[in-house]
Design a protein around this ligand. Structure first.
Ligand SMILES: *Cc1c(COP(=O)(O)O)cnc(C)c1O
Length: 434
């Protein structure tokens, strides 16, 4: 498969190149040249396939012959090596629990796929790669875990000081080895800006081979389509109608992957982008004007994004047709008060514990279903409640248990380097400390 740069369609690259480089000239995102279709057979018989087979069928066309099929099979097996159940919350809404992976976040899937592809592509080379990534909370842990001890790869993670939860912080600061965590005195947008500056700094790029592990990288973005197939596989066993799919959205990589799967033939009656108080995209659907904003801090901190980088891919997917896009997707903005009352209500009514991101999705789905009462759907549960204990415990007035898998981690020491949001400090670190 070839990919083109959305900023310069003449720049073409294969899957290997796109995985290693991350982004193209002028910081453009890569986009697949064709949208390979699922066969009707495959979609109709999804329930007969294992998750591994689904993942393989989903990714094969995007990788082509650049990774031998036995190796790709191993990679996808490791990518989906945990449970992804679809759980019914009430008569109308189910949740796809994507948080049973090693860092209890859906980002484990993309991070595991990408790290293993990158490792395969670098295997016979001298080249050392530095993965530079900004995180609002969950990406850091998933990327750190996905790349931990992978030869020839150093990982540098920037995260906003005091804006990630204790479990999130431990997941990205306690590993050590080839993983460095930089604690930035600033917001997630500041972290993202620092990363962008590093990518365009000549001296840094002459010394290091930098790549990104944010969802701008196709090897992290594309495997997220797998969630939607696994959701549908379970959905069709209980429902005749197509589902409404609601995705808690920040950088819009996840929902964009869902839309891609839909355009390849995955049935879904409608998509909902559920946002927190950062409402650039909901505003866009009203005004048709895309106006990036400074991110504001919310309880669902992994979605505190003021300029979602994948939105350009969504526009491209829909051929820049605003009306077509608007017919397929609705976007809602849910504030922190509504997020909290949703966690409380869902716990009291149905005994299910949501965390802030899934609560934003649940609230958005409820709003949509009020206007479309004959529909049913699923929300994507993107993180485990234990990653956001303060909000959850306050909302349900009950303590949540830390899963056993985290006990070891929580005892480990945090190792970070503190920097301010001035680029010079990051520059010095990259040039002299790794
Ligand atoms: C990253 C993240 C999101 C947002 O996903 P995008 O692909 O950036 O839209 C939602 N929920 C959680 C828990 C996350 O970590």
């Amino acid at each position: 498969m070839k990919y083109y740069n959305l900023k310069d369609h003449l720049e073409n690259i294969d899957f290997r190149g796109a995985t290693i480089k991350g982004q193209g000239k002028e910081k453009g995102l890569f986009f697949p040249e064709t949208i390979p279709q699922f066969t009707e057979e495959f979609i109709k018989n999804l329930h007969q396939y294992s998750n591994e087979e689904i993942a393989y069928q989903c990714m094969r066309d995007f990788v082509g012959d650049e990774i031998p099929s036995e190796v790709l099979k191993e990679i996808v097996a490791e990518t989906v090596s945990f449970d992804i159940p679809l759980v019914k919350i009430n008569e109308q809404i189910s949740i796809l629990e994507l948080f049973h992976g090693p860092t209890l976040a859906f980002k484990d899937v993309g991070a595991r796929f990408m790290s293993r592809c990158l490792s395969y592509f670098l295997k016979d080379q001298q080249k050392k790669v530095t993965v530079l990534v900004a995180t609002s909370g969950d990406t850091g842990g998933a990327v750190a875990h996905g790349f931990y001890k992978i030869p020839q790869i150093n990982v540098v993670i920037l995260y906003p000081k005091n804006r990630v939860s204790p479990v999130q912080e431990k997941q990205l600061t306690a590993l050590g080895e080839n993983i460095s965590a930089l604690e930035v005195d600033g917001s997630f947008d500041d972290c993202q800006n620092l990363v962008k500056q590093a990518f365009s700094d000549e001296e840094i790029n002459s010394q290091l081979f930098l790549t990104s592990a944010n969802s701008i990288n196709v090897a992290r973005w594309l495997p997220q389509q797998i969630y939607y197939l696994i959701a549908l596989k379970q959905w069709i066993q209980h429902h005749k109608e197509q589902p409404v799919i609601c995705v808690p959205s920040g950088n819009f990589g996840n929902i964009c992957a869902g839309l891609l799967a839909h355009l390849r033939g995955l049935p879904a009656s409608h998509f909902i982008a559920a946002c927190n108080a950062n409402h650039v995209v909901p505003d866009y659907f009203i005004t048709q004007n895309y106006l990036p904003q400074k991110a504001v801090a919310t309880l669902s901190n992994a979605m505190d994004v003021g300029n979602p980088s994948n939105f350009v891919r969504i526009i491209e997917l829909f051929g820049h047709q605003f009306e077509t896009l608007k017919n397929k997707i609705s976007a809602y903005s849910i504030d922190d008060d509504k997020t909290m009352s949703t966690i409380t209500e869902v716990y009291e009514k149905y005994g299910y514990i949501l965390e802030p991101h899934s609560a934003v999705a649940f609230a958005a789905m409820e709003q949509y279903l009020q206007e479309n009462p004959d529909q049913k759907g699923c929300i994507l549960g993107t993180a485990h409640p234990v990653k956001f204990p303060d909000a959850v415990e306050k909302a349900i007035h009950t303590q949540i248990e830390i899963p056993e898998s985290l006990n070891e981690l929580m005892k480990k020491e945090k190792k970070t380097v503190e920097i301010n949001s001035d680029f010079e400090e990051l520059r010095r670190f990259l040039l002299h400390k790794i």
